[in-house]
Write a protein that binds this ligand. Structure first.
Ligand code: SIN
Length: 273
């Protein structure tokens, strides 16, 4: 197995077959995941069962309550955009499941059907974003917590309210809010990471949305600095495995009229401190 760090965030792992990893390879992959936040693989041939088995090496599977699952495997969520749909899923900077009390550890995304061109995914490092802040702002943020929610995205009045078809559902389950520290100590690496995101963070705890917005928008702008990001160009057989506590991602929506289908498995996480 070879691991090459990428500029911005993440690493590309080659000379590995994710269907048959040795214990030594698994240990090396876990270390790299902790070091880099997102791992990219090419030329894999993962059947749904292989996808599930790979994800389970890292923890129990969290069945996403809003995404339609595949017909055959409830553990696998579809990230789908039909030819006649204009919105995609994940088309803004976010980290999966920050609206949960115990946000997901990570997600394993497998390319199933790609558009002719476009449909790349951007990733950003929340370690680098945190490290790039001044000591003064780090100190201020260390005392703040933020409120996250799924209601404005997946709820009955949320961003997908006019959605036709079945790819997003279960709006009645989008009721809960979760409060997390703005700076977390990452459960695997022990490093500090910025833990707010544009899609699901509503405001700082005890602050109004209006009061929160100037500082949140500063942080969002800062965190998407090119120096902290990378762009992954999908090919048939590509797989990305990202850590939701250390990275953000953004599915580009630049392939209107074409079809894109990805399979995603989300892995259970833990409370963040
Ligand atoms: C997601 O946001 O989980 C999906 C990312 C993608 O489709 O590239």
């Amino acid at each position: 197995m070879q691991i090459e760090a990428l500029r911005g965030v993440g690493a590309e792992v080659t000379a590995i077959d994710l269907r048959r990893m040795t214990d030594a390879e698994e240990a090396q992959l876990k270390q790299s995941f902790s070091d880099h936040g997102v791992l990219f693989f090419r030329d894999q041939s993962l059947k749904p069962e292989d996808h599930i088995a790979f994800a389970r090496r890292f923890g129990p599977i969290n069945i996403n309550r809003f995404f339609k699952a595949t017909e055959t495997h409830p553990e696998i969520a579809e990230v789908r955009k039909e030819k006649d749909q204009t919105t995609n899923i994940g088309g803004a900077w976010h980290t999966d499941h920050s609206y949960d009390q115990e946000p997901a550890l990570g997600s394993v995304l497998v390319a199933r059907d790609l558009p002719q061109t476009g449909g790349d995914t951007l990733f950003a490092s929340m370690y680098a974003a945190y490290d790039g802040l001044s000591d003064g702002l780090k100190d201020t943020l260390s005392r703040l917590r933020a409120v996250h929610s799924s209601r404005h995205v997946f709820g009955a009045q949320g961003a997908y309210r006019n959605e036709k078809g079945e790819r997003i559902g279960n709006a009645q389950a989008a009721t809960q809010d979760a409060i997390h520290p703005v700076v977390i100590t990452h459960p695997l690496s022990g490093r500090k990471a910025l833990y707010v995101n544009p899609a699901f963070t509503l405001h700082f705890e005890g602050w109004t949305q209006e009061e929160s917005w100037p500082l949140l928008s500063y942080l969002y702008n800062h965190a998407t600095n090119e120096a902290f990001t990378t762009r992954f160009v999908w090919q048939p057989g590509s797989v990305a495995f990202w850590d939701n506590r250390a990275t953000w991602h953004y599915a580009l929506n630049d392939y209107h009229g074409d079809f894109r289908l990805m399979h995603r498995i989300t892995i259970e996480g833990c409370p963040l401190v």
